[in-house]
Ligand binder design. Structure first.
Ligand code: ZN
Length: 151
């Protein structure tokens, strides 16, 4: 178990476009473990590798329905619109109202290098869009219609 310090807004790694993972090796498996450990320790519902300073296209999500690990995730379909309050472990103490697609289909690789797809809506769809944005160097405050300090 390795819990990392979550990188905070202002760190240039959060603005980088993360690199695709060409091959799943021991380091990527370790990264997945460390990311899950860090996400659960911080009580987040998702984490992208740049948030622990690693500019690679790897995300983990758990919205209370079990751990999802995805390598090289890609949104292949989206529809509808939802606007809800969102926060980010890299922007502590802040919340924003962020418009997102209501439903998405995301595909990527699992830890065995097999491609799979997830159909998501509501909070899970929001989490995927938020984490994939991190891989493009985009933070929720870049998209929020309003941002406020957490009470
Ligand atoms: Zn975030």
């Amino acid at each position: 178990m390795a819990v990392y310090k979550v990188v905070e807004i202002g760190d240039p790694v959060l603005k980088e476009v993360a690199k695709p993972v060409p091959k799943i090796n021991e380091n990527i498996l370790k990264l997945l473990q460390n990311m899950a450990d860090t996400m659960y320790a911080a009580e987040g519902v998702g984490l992208a590798a740049p948030q622990i300073g690693i500019s690679k296209r790897v995300i983990v999500i758990d919205v209370g329905e079990g751990l999802i690990e995805m390598i090289n995730p890609e949104i292949i379909a989206q529809e509808g619109l939802q606007t809800d309050t969102e926060g980010c472990l890299s922007i502590p103490g802040m919340l924003g109202e962020v418009p997102r697609a209501g439903r998405v289909v995301v595909k990527g690789l699992n830890r065995h290098g097999q491609e799979y797809a997830v159909e998501a809506e509501a909070l899970l769809a929001r989490a995927f869009q938020h984490e994939i944005d991190h891989l493009e160097g985009i933070l929720f405050v870049d998209k929020a219609t309003s941002v406020a300090k957490k009470k």
